[in-house]
Design a protein around this ligand. Structure first.
Ligand SMILES: N[C@@H](CCC(=O)N[C@@H](CSS)C(=O)NCC(=O)O)C(=O)O
Length: 324
């Protein structure tokens, strides 16, 4: 079974002044198979749980299964290691040129993508760093590409973006960042937008947590687009980790009252200061935090298969698709 959602409904979009920038108009329909939806919903819940530190449901505290961890909410993670699929470690497309570049002081990856089958070889850089701009521009020149966009996944805290410097050195290049970041750029994107370069394109997905404006750029779905798809996650998801989320809540004033979405112990309210001092999970180093989360042995949420698909359509699952 496939579920059809308008991209606006899917991403809970407000009207977007940058729509002219999108390749696909907002009325286009995104086709999501129920298995993809399953995957999206589980990852969404996992990330919400991770970022907001909220147990997934009351049932999550029920008797543990020995191998159940937060990650095991992903059905893939339940497979024994020996049964893990051997996926490709790089994508292929007759059109796409892809390079992963590294800046060692901040351990930052910059990604270069270009449509080399297009006469102009239009290219974009994701998360360029000021210190490596010359290297990146020199590579782009060597490869005969035309840089059109310098894109950020978010407002970085550990390095200066290369986009400003790139614009002074290559005046035709447009900078892009999410509208939700509140940063300056030539173009602003939000969930559901697409960024075309030649016949290829990136999709924008909102992945806030590390910062409010964090987005993930995903390579397009369709003929000639990269297979497998590639997602540039910024700091939302790191390999075997994720970006810190303390920037969000713990930068609020100490007396800020915190009202969570759940409580399983009878508490009703807390403050930033209290949680900084006494939260038994967050007042720990990262390794201890990971172990605590792993050892929670959270069970598969009872309602997840019903709740998430329904909530993805605002609880209107029984209403004809046209009305949603
Ligand atoms: N030591 C580095 C910053 C390290 C750091 O905090 N990294 C961030 C992403 S850049 S703001 C992060 O989220 N790390 C998560 C993790 O698991 O390491 C510096 O001082 O710049």
């Amino acid at each position: 079974m496939s579920i059809f959602l308008s991209s606006a409904a899917f991403a809970n979009l407000s009207p977007n002044p940058q729509k002219k920038f999108s390749k696909n108009p907002p009325s286009c329909y995104l086709r999501i198979s129920s298995s993809s939806l399953n995957c999206i919903k589980v990852v969404t819940q996992m990330l919400q749980s991770r970022f907001l530190r909220i147990p997934l449901s009351p049932t999550t505290l029920s008797p543990p299964k020995p191998t159940t961890t937060l990650l095991s909410l992903l059905s893939l993670a339940r497979k024994p290691r020996s049964q893990m699929s051997s996926y490709a470690t790089s994508s292929e497309s007759p059109k796409l040129l892809f390079r992963q570049l590294f800046e060692k002081e901040s351990s930052t990856y910059t990604y270069l993508l270009a449509d080399v089958s297009h006469p102009e070889k239009p290219a974009l850089l994701v998360d360029p760093v000021d210190k490596t701009v010359d290297r990146d521009l020199s590579l782009i020149k060597d490869l005969g590409l035309k840089l059109i966009y310098a894109i950020n996944t978010h407002v970085h805290a550990d390095h200066v973006t290369g986009t400003g410097l790139i614009k002074t050195k290559s005046p035709g290049v447009k900078s892009i960042i999410s509208k939700a970041s509140n940063a300056k750029a030539d173009l602003f994107v939000e969930a559901g937008d697409t960024i075309p370069f030649g016949d290829l394109f990136l999709e924008v997905r909102a992945t806030p947590g590390h910062t409010l404006g964090c987005v993930t750029y995903v390579t397009g779905d369709g003929p000639n687009q990269a297979r497998p798809r590639m997602a540039f996650t910024g700091d939302a998801l790191l390999i075997r980790g994720c970006g810190r989320t303390d920037f969000q809540i713990f930068t609020l004033p100490n007396d800020t009252l915190l009202y969570p979405a759940h409580d399983y112990k009878g508490f009703t309210v807390t403050t930033v200061e209290e949680e900084i001092l006494y939260n038994p999970r967050l007042a720990k180093d990262e390794e201890t935090f990971k172990n605590i989360m792993k050892d929670l042995n959270l069970a598969y949420p009872k309602m997840i298969d019903v709740a998430v698909p329904a909530n993805m359509v605002c609880g209107l699952q029984d209403v004809a698709p046209k009305a949603i």
